[in-house]
Design a protein around this ligand. Sequence first.
Ligand code: KIV
Length: 281
Amino acid sequence: MAKRSVLDLYRMKQSGEKACWITAYDAPTASLAEQAGIDMLLVGDSVGMCVYGHGGTNQMTMPIMLAHTAAVRRAAPDTFVIGDMPFLSYQVSPQEAVRNAGAFIQEAGADAIKLEGGRRVTRQIRAISDAGIVVFGHIGLTPQSSGQLGGFKAQGLTVDSARAMIADAEAVQEAGAMFLLVEAVAPEVTRIIRQRLSIPVYGIGAGPHTDGELLIVSDLLGLFEAFKPKFVKRYAELARIMKDAFTAYRKDVKDGFFPGPEHVYNMKPDELEKLRAELAQ
Ligand code: KIV
């Protein structure tokens, strides 16, 4: 597979082929996703919930996000990798936003960055795109501001909220974002947004009228057990498989079946003989 670029993603939109992306936080997952032909990998700050055990995403920092992004990049050299800008890495000023977005590209090898928010972050989107960096906007349920939203709640369900989503989407495109991600928004609102915008519009929990779909890898694999959003489809039950494996391992150890003869490193017989003779003196 040749390395994916923004041109491939735009061609896919034109031809009606949906892009398929997942989040990835580590090298083994990224490598398997690339082998499976996944188009894009988002190194999401959802790593805070899926890997670090936080109740939200706002504890993630630039050093943490850069380390995970670099791991994903090393393991998936041909996949389009998006670094997710963590809380307070872009909100404070457009200058800080450019520096931190640049670090995802320069230090971690990302192809693009994503940041949350609509009209209130257009100065940041403009500054980052003016620096030549590909920006993914992200509107709807934006986890970094879930406190203001009253929790992880679907958006665009009332006329006012739908109007706000549409205005945010237009502002993000106008500011220079090359892609938009819409999260947990009513399908009709996503459809209107996609009709009004020329850039690819992707969804996570935003219905079928999109240019591509994103799922959080831990949801897709059935690894995240704290809760299951309505929009998630599980393609595996890894939590169950892992628990069964841990239980079987524990039982083998307790019952003396592990390690078996096939799991040990044997000395050469003559070396063993020599050792025995030496110790017998
Ligand atoms: O961090 C993340 O995985 C995200 C998705 C929820 C869109 O931002």
